[in-house]
Design a protein around this ligand. Structure first.
Ligand SMILES: [Mn+2]
Length: 381
Protein backbone atom coordinates (compact mmCIF):
# COMPACT_ATOMS: atom_id res chain seq x y z
CA UNK A 1 0.00 0.00 0.00
CA UNK A 2 1.35 3.37 -1.05
CA UNK A 3 0.28 6.86 -0.10
CA UNK A 4 1.39 10.45 -0.60
CA UNK A 5 1.98 12.71 2.39
CA UNK A 6 2.17 16.47 1.98
CA UNK A 7 1.27 19.53 4.04
CA UNK A 8 1.49 23.29 4.49
CA UNK A 9 0.28 24.30 1.05
CA UNK A 10 -1.02 27.62 2.47
CA UNK A 11 -3.35 28.29 -0.46
CA UNK A 12 -4.35 31.95 -0.46
CA UNK A 13 -1.00 33.15 0.85
CA UNK A 14 0.06 36.35 -0.84
CA UNK A 15 2.96 38.69 -0.33
CA UNK A 16 4.94 41.59 -1.77
CA UNK A 17 2.15 43.04 -3.90
CA UNK A 18 3.71 42.05 -7.22
CA UNK A 19 0.93 41.62 -9.72
CA UNK A 20 1.08 39.34 -12.72
CA UNK A 21 0.24 41.53 -15.71
CA UNK A 22 -1.73 38.83 -17.50
CA UNK A 23 -3.94 37.59 -14.70
CA UNK A 24 -3.92 40.55 -12.33
CA UNK A 25 -3.06 38.12 -9.55
CA UNK A 26 -0.45 38.50 -6.84
CA UNK A 27 2.57 36.59 -8.11
CA UNK A 28 3.48 35.02 -4.80
CA UNK A 29 -0.11 33.86 -4.44
CA UNK A 30 0.25 32.19 -7.85
CA UNK A 31 3.49 30.51 -6.73
CA UNK A 32 1.56 28.70 -4.01
CA UNK A 33 -1.15 27.60 -6.47
CA UNK A 34 1.48 26.30 -8.87
CA UNK A 35 3.20 24.33 -6.10
CA UNK A 36 -0.15 22.78 -5.15
CA UNK A 37 -0.82 21.85 -8.76
CA UNK A 38 2.62 20.26 -9.08
CA UNK A 39 1.87 17.95 -6.19
CA UNK A 40 -1.63 17.17 -7.50
CA UNK A 41 -0.13 16.28 -10.90
CA UNK A 42 2.45 14.05 -9.21
CA UNK A 43 -0.36 12.29 -7.31
CA UNK A 44 -2.33 11.70 -10.51
CA UNK A 45 0.79 10.21 -12.15
CA UNK A 46 1.67 8.05 -9.20
CA UNK A 47 -1.87 6.80 -8.47
CA UNK A 48 -1.25 6.03 -4.78
CA UNK A 49 -3.86 4.18 -2.69
CA UNK A 50 -4.64 7.40 -0.86
CA UNK A 51 -3.31 10.86 0.02
CA UNK A 52 -2.87 12.60 3.36
CA UNK A 53 -2.52 16.34 3.88
CA UNK A 54 -1.14 17.14 7.33
CA UNK A 55 -2.56 20.61 7.77
CA UNK A 56 -2.45 24.25 6.70
CA UNK A 57 -4.19 23.53 3.42
CA UNK A 58 -5.18 27.21 3.42
CA UNK A 59 -3.34 30.25 4.69
CA UNK A 60 -6.35 31.44 6.67
CA UNK A 61 -9.60 30.03 8.11
CA UNK A 62 -11.50 32.10 5.51
CA UNK A 63 -9.68 31.59 2.22
CA UNK A 64 -10.51 33.79 -0.74
CA UNK A 65 -12.63 32.44 -3.58
CA UNK A 66 -9.64 31.74 -5.79
CA UNK A 67 -7.83 29.71 -3.13
CA UNK A 68 -11.02 27.79 -2.54
CA UNK A 69 -11.56 27.07 -6.22
CA UNK A 70 -7.98 25.90 -6.71
CA UNK A 71 -8.13 23.64 -3.65
CA UNK A 72 -11.47 22.21 -4.80
CA UNK A 73 -10.17 21.62 -8.34
CA UNK A 74 -7.14 19.69 -7.10
CA UNK A 75 -9.05 17.65 -4.56
CA UNK A 76 -11.73 16.85 -7.10
CA UNK A 77 -9.16 15.60 -9.62
CA UNK A 78 -7.71 13.28 -6.98
CA UNK A 79 -11.12 12.16 -5.77
CA UNK A 80 -12.34 11.56 -9.34
CA UNK A 81 -9.31 9.34 -9.93
CA UNK A 82 -10.68 7.17 -7.12
CA UNK A 83 -7.92 8.18 -4.70
CA UNK A 84 -9.18 8.95 -1.17
CA UNK A 85 -7.93 12.24 0.27
CA UNK A 86 -7.51 12.73 4.03
CA UNK A 87 -6.88 16.21 5.41
CA UNK A 88 -6.47 17.57 8.93
CA UNK A 89 -6.89 21.22 9.91
CA UNK A 90 -3.71 23.02 10.96
CA UNK A 91 -3.36 26.12 13.08
CA UNK A 92 -3.67 28.41 10.06
CA UNK A 93 -6.98 27.04 8.88
CA UNK A 94 -8.65 26.65 12.28
CA UNK A 95 -11.06 29.50 13.03
CA UNK A 96 -10.50 31.30 16.31
CA UNK A 97 -14.20 31.64 16.88
CA UNK A 98 -16.18 28.45 16.52
CA UNK A 99 -19.31 30.20 15.29
CA UNK A 100 -17.38 31.02 12.10
CA UNK A 101 -17.81 27.40 11.04
CA UNK A 102 -15.03 25.68 9.14
CA UNK A 103 -14.11 25.67 5.49
CA UNK A 104 -13.53 21.94 5.91
CA UNK A 105 -17.28 21.41 6.25
CA UNK A 106 -17.38 22.28 2.56
CA UNK A 107 -14.26 20.32 1.62
CA UNK A 108 -15.69 17.25 3.36
CA UNK A 109 -18.69 17.28 1.00
CA UNK A 110 -16.54 15.78 -1.77
CA UNK A 111 -16.77 12.06 -2.30
CA UNK A 112 -13.63 10.25 -1.20
CA UNK A 113 -12.58 13.13 1.05
CA UNK A 114 -12.17 12.73 4.80
CA UNK A 115 -11.53 15.85 6.84
CA UNK A 116 -10.63 16.06 10.54
CA UNK A 117 -11.14 19.61 11.72
CA UNK A 118 -13.37 19.58 14.78
CA UNK A 119 -10.76 19.95 17.53
CA UNK A 120 -10.97 16.22 18.18
CA UNK A 121 -9.58 12.85 17.15
CA UNK A 122 -11.09 11.09 14.16
CA UNK A 123 -10.24 7.81 12.49
CA UNK A 124 -10.89 6.80 8.89
CA UNK A 125 -10.52 3.39 7.35
CA UNK A 126 -9.03 3.20 3.86
CA UNK A 127 -8.58 -0.35 2.62
CA UNK A 128 -6.10 -2.08 4.89
CA UNK A 129 -5.08 1.15 6.55
CA UNK A 130 -6.50 2.91 9.61
CA UNK A 131 -5.82 6.62 9.30
CA UNK A 132 -5.80 8.25 12.74
CA UNK A 133 -6.15 12.03 12.67
CA UNK A 134 -5.42 14.63 15.32
CA UNK A 135 -6.12 18.07 13.83
CA UNK A 136 -5.08 21.35 15.40
CA UNK A 137 -6.95 21.63 18.69
CA UNK A 138 -7.62 25.10 20.01
CA UNK A 139 -7.38 24.02 23.65
CA UNK A 140 -4.77 21.89 25.42
CA UNK A 141 -7.60 19.89 27.02
CA UNK A 142 -8.94 19.06 23.57
CA UNK A 143 -5.54 17.84 22.47
CA UNK A 144 -5.27 15.69 25.61
CA UNK A 145 -8.75 14.30 24.93
CA UNK A 146 -7.72 13.57 21.34
CA UNK A 147 -4.69 11.56 22.47
CA UNK A 148 -6.82 9.71 25.00
CA UNK A 149 -9.29 8.75 22.26
CA UNK A 150 -6.70 7.20 19.94
CA UNK A 151 -7.23 3.48 19.62
CA UNK A 152 -5.63 1.00 17.23
CA UNK A 153 -7.97 -0.47 14.63
CA UNK A 154 -7.22 -4.16 15.16
CA UNK A 155 -8.85 -5.11 11.90
CA UNK A 156 -6.58 -2.88 9.86
CA UNK A 157 -3.19 -4.08 8.72
CA UNK A 158 -1.57 -0.64 9.01
CA UNK A 159 -1.98 2.21 11.44
CA UNK A 160 -0.92 5.68 10.44
CA UNK A 161 -1.29 8.99 12.23
CA UNK A 162 -1.78 12.40 10.60
CA UNK A 163 -1.27 15.44 12.78
CA UNK A 164 -0.07 19.04 12.85
CA UNK A 165 2.22 20.82 15.30
CA UNK A 166 5.70 21.11 16.78
CA UNK A 167 7.23 17.91 18.14
CA UNK A 168 8.17 18.09 21.82
CA UNK A 169 11.03 15.65 22.14
CA UNK A 170 11.62 16.51 25.81
CA UNK A 171 10.96 19.43 28.16
CA UNK A 172 13.76 21.47 26.69
CA UNK A 173 13.81 20.15 23.16
CA UNK A 174 11.21 21.22 20.62
CA UNK A 175 11.46 20.20 16.98
CA UNK A 176 9.63 22.02 14.22
CA UNK A 177 8.54 24.96 16.31
CA UNK A 178 7.98 28.12 14.30
CA UNK A 179 7.11 30.34 17.26
CA UNK A 180 3.51 30.98 16.24
CA UNK A 181 1.34 32.01 19.15
CA UNK A 182 -1.21 29.26 18.60
CA UNK A 183 1.08 26.40 17.62
CA UNK A 184 0.31 22.98 19.01
CA UNK A 185 2.96 20.95 20.79
CA UNK A 186 2.91 17.22 20.16
CA UNK A 187 4.28 14.78 22.68
CA UNK A 188 5.61 11.61 21.09
CA UNK A 189 2.22 10.16 20.02
CA UNK A 190 3.34 6.55 20.42
CA UNK A 191 4.34 7.11 24.05
CA UNK A 192 1.24 9.19 24.62
CA UNK A 193 -1.27 6.72 23.13
CA UNK A 194 0.42 3.34 23.45
CA UNK A 195 -0.30 2.71 19.76
CA UNK A 196 2.56 1.77 17.45
CA UNK A 197 2.13 3.51 14.12
CA UNK A 198 3.56 2.38 10.81
CA UNK A 199 4.01 6.01 9.86
CA UNK A 200 3.34 9.42 11.43
CA UNK A 201 2.60 12.14 8.87
CA UNK A 202 3.48 15.51 10.36
CA UNK A 203 2.61 19.01 9.23
CA UNK A 204 3.49 22.46 10.55
CA UNK A 205 7.27 22.66 10.16
CA UNK A 206 7.96 23.97 6.67
CA UNK A 207 11.29 22.18 6.46
CA UNK A 208 11.27 18.57 5.36
CA UNK A 209 12.56 16.64 8.37
CA UNK A 210 12.30 13.11 9.68
CA UNK A 211 11.90 13.20 13.47
CA UNK A 212 12.21 9.42 13.86
CA UNK A 213 12.58 6.73 11.18
CA UNK A 214 8.82 6.78 10.65
CA UNK A 215 7.64 10.18 11.95
CA UNK A 216 8.23 12.71 9.22
CA UNK A 217 7.58 16.36 8.45
CA UNK A 218 6.92 16.50 4.71
CA UNK A 219 7.79 20.21 4.74
CA UNK A 220 5.80 22.82 2.86
CA UNK A 221 5.28 23.16 -0.89
CA UNK A 222 6.47 26.80 -0.97
CA UNK A 223 8.31 29.14 1.43
CA UNK A 224 6.23 31.69 3.34
CA UNK A 225 9.12 33.84 4.57
CA UNK A 226 12.86 34.44 4.47
CA UNK A 227 13.10 32.43 7.69
CA UNK A 228 12.71 29.45 5.36
CA UNK A 229 15.75 30.11 3.17
CA UNK A 230 17.37 26.80 2.27
CA UNK A 231 14.22 24.73 2.76
CA UNK A 232 13.30 22.59 -0.21
CA UNK A 233 9.68 22.14 -1.31
CA UNK A 234 8.15 18.74 -1.85
CA UNK A 235 6.13 15.74 -0.71
CA UNK A 236 6.72 12.24 0.65
CA UNK A 237 5.72 8.90 -0.88
CA UNK A 238 5.24 6.19 1.72
CA UNK A 239 5.30 2.47 0.95
CA UNK A 240 3.71 0.69 3.91
CA UNK A 241 4.52 -2.86 2.80
CA UNK A 242 8.18 -1.97 2.31
CA UNK A 243 8.20 0.09 5.52
CA UNK A 244 9.92 2.86 3.62
CA UNK A 245 9.34 6.40 2.51
CA UNK A 246 10.94 8.73 0.04
CA UNK A 247 11.01 12.51 -0.26
CA UNK A 248 10.39 14.08 -3.66
CA UNK A 249 11.37 17.64 -4.31
CA UNK A 250 9.27 19.98 -6.44
CA UNK A 251 10.37 23.15 -8.12
CA UNK A 252 9.66 26.38 -6.26
CA UNK A 253 10.78 30.00 -6.52
CA UNK A 254 14.52 30.34 -5.81
CA UNK A 255 15.23 31.99 -2.47
CA UNK A 256 18.69 32.89 -1.30
CA UNK A 257 20.80 34.91 1.06
CA UNK A 258 23.38 37.33 -0.30
CA UNK A 259 26.02 38.20 2.27
CA UNK A 260 26.38 39.20 5.02
CA UNK A 261 28.83 41.53 3.34
CA UNK A 262 31.33 43.29 5.58
CA UNK A 263 31.03 46.89 4.46
CA UNK A 264 33.46 48.46 6.93
CA UNK A 265 35.26 51.32 5.19
CA UNK A 266 33.18 50.97 2.02
CA UNK A 267 31.36 53.83 0.32
CA UNK A 268 28.01 53.33 -1.36
CA UNK A 269 29.68 53.20 -4.78
CA UNK A 270 32.11 50.52 -3.60
CA UNK A 271 29.17 48.50 -2.30
CA UNK A 272 27.44 48.79 -5.70
CA UNK A 273 30.64 47.46 -7.34
CA UNK A 274 30.64 44.53 -4.94
CA UNK A 275 26.98 43.82 -5.74
CA UNK A 276 27.72 43.90 -9.43
CA UNK A 277 30.29 41.13 -8.88
CA UNK A 278 27.79 39.10 -6.87
CA UNK A 279 24.85 39.64 -9.24
CA UNK A 280 25.53 36.56 -11.44
CA UNK A 281 24.88 34.37 -8.37
CA UNK A 282 21.26 35.50 -8.33
CA UNK A 283 18.95 33.37 -10.47
CA UNK A 284 16.09 34.85 -12.46
CA UNK A 285 12.99 35.42 -10.37
CA UNK A 286 14.73 34.85 -7.03
CA UNK A 287 13.67 36.12 -3.65
CA UNK A 288 16.85 37.58 -2.18
CA UNK A 289 17.75 38.59 1.34
CA UNK A 290 20.72 40.93 1.10
CA UNK A 291 22.58 41.67 4.30
CA UNK A 292 25.07 44.53 4.56
CA UNK A 293 27.04 44.72 7.80
CA UNK A 294 29.23 47.37 9.39
CA UNK A 295 27.81 50.27 7.41
CA UNK A 296 29.17 53.66 8.39
CA UNK A 297 26.64 56.36 9.11
CA UNK A 298 27.57 58.22 5.91
CA UNK A 299 27.31 55.14 3.72
CA UNK A 300 24.00 54.20 5.28
CA UNK A 301 22.59 57.60 4.45
CA UNK A 302 23.82 57.60 0.87
CA UNK A 303 22.85 54.03 -0.07
CA UNK A 304 20.12 54.00 -2.68
CA UNK A 305 17.71 51.08 -2.47
CA UNK A 306 16.58 51.55 -6.07
CA UNK A 307 20.16 51.34 -7.30
CA UNK A 308 20.54 48.04 -5.43
CA UNK A 309 17.35 46.76 -7.06
CA UNK A 310 18.66 47.82 -10.46
CA UNK A 311 21.96 45.96 -9.93
CA UNK A 312 20.05 42.79 -9.00
CA UNK A 313 17.29 43.35 -11.51
CA UNK A 314 16.76 39.69 -12.34
CA UNK A 315 15.63 39.13 -8.74
CA UNK A 316 11.91 39.02 -8.02
CA UNK A 317 12.45 40.91 -4.79
CA UNK A 318 15.43 42.03 -2.72
CA UNK A 319 14.99 42.40 1.00
CA UNK A 320 17.72 44.68 2.35
CA UNK A 321 19.03 44.24 5.86
CA UNK A 322 21.25 47.20 6.63
CA UNK A 323 23.30 46.83 9.78
CA UNK A 324 25.14 49.91 10.94
CA UNK A 325 28.61 49.69 12.44
CA UNK A 326 28.53 50.07 16.19
CA UNK A 327 30.77 52.99 17.02
CA UNK A 328 33.29 52.51 19.79
CA UNK A 329 32.30 54.06 23.07
CA UNK A 330 28.66 54.03 22.00
CA UNK A 331 28.07 50.37 22.34
CA UNK A 332 24.33 50.38 22.71
CA UNK A 333 23.33 53.28 20.55
CA UNK A 334 23.84 52.63 16.89
CA UNK A 335 23.57 55.61 14.58
CA UNK A 336 20.56 54.16 12.88
CA UNK A 337 18.47 51.08 13.49
CA UNK A 338 19.31 48.31 11.02
CA UNK A 339 16.36 46.01 11.16
CA UNK A 340 14.19 45.29 14.14
CA UNK A 341 14.96 41.56 14.32
CA UNK A 342 18.72 42.23 14.24
CA UNK A 343 18.53 44.93 16.90
CA UNK A 344 16.31 42.68 19.00
CA UNK A 345 18.79 39.83 18.78
CA UNK A 346 21.64 42.09 19.87
CA UNK A 347 19.60 43.30 22.79
CA UNK A 348 18.60 39.83 23.95
CA UNK A 349 22.12 38.43 23.60
CA UNK A 350 23.48 41.21 25.79
CA UNK A 351 21.05 40.70 28.66
CA UNK A 352 22.64 39.11 31.73
CA UNK A 353 20.85 36.66 34.04
CA UNK A 354 18.12 36.14 31.53
CA UNK A 355 16.16 33.51 33.48
CA UNK A 356 14.23 32.30 30.40
CA UNK A 357 15.08 30.06 27.49
CA UNK A 358 17.05 32.65 25.53
CA UNK A 359 16.90 30.89 22.16
CA UNK A 360 13.19 30.31 22.36
CA UNK A 361 12.54 33.85 23.52
CA UNK A 362 14.64 35.15 20.66
CA UNK A 363 12.88 32.95 18.13
CA UNK A 364 9.42 33.96 19.30
CA UNK A 365 10.31 37.63 19.40
CA UNK A 366 11.87 37.60 15.96
CA UNK A 367 8.92 35.80 14.51
CA UNK A 368 6.57 38.40 15.94
CA UNK A 369 8.69 41.28 14.70
CA UNK A 370 8.87 39.66 11.29
CA UNK A 371 5.12 39.30 11.09
CA UNK A 372 4.66 42.95 12.09
CA UNK A 373 7.18 44.00 9.45
CA UNK A 374 5.53 41.79 6.84
CA UNK A 375 2.13 43.24 7.66
CA UNK A 376 3.52 46.75 7.50
CA UNK A 377 5.09 46.12 4.10
CA UNK A 378 1.82 44.68 2.82
CA UNK A 379 -0.26 47.66 3.89
CA UNK A 380 2.34 50.14 2.63
CA UNK A 381 1.98 49.03 -0.91
MN1 LIG B 1 2.19 25.95 8.04
Amino acid sequence: MKFVHFSDTHLGFSDLSRIDSETGMNQREMDFYRAWERVIDAILDLKPDFVVHAGDLFQTPRPNNRALRIAAEGIQKVANAGIPFVVVAGNHSTPRIRQTGSIFETIALFQNVHAAYQNRYERFRIGECAVHCIPHCSLTEELEAAYAAVEADDEARYQILVTHGAWRESDDRLIGSVGEFNEQFLENPEKKTGVTFDYIALGHYHKHLPVTDHAVYSGSTERTSFNEIGYTSGYVVVDLAQKSWQYHEIESRPMLRLGPIDCSGLTATEIYDRLQELAPQVPEGALVRLELDELSRETLLSLDGQEIDRLLEQAFYVEKILNPAIQSGMQHTSASIGSLPVEFERYVQELDDFGLDRERFLQLGQRLLQSVEDEASMTES
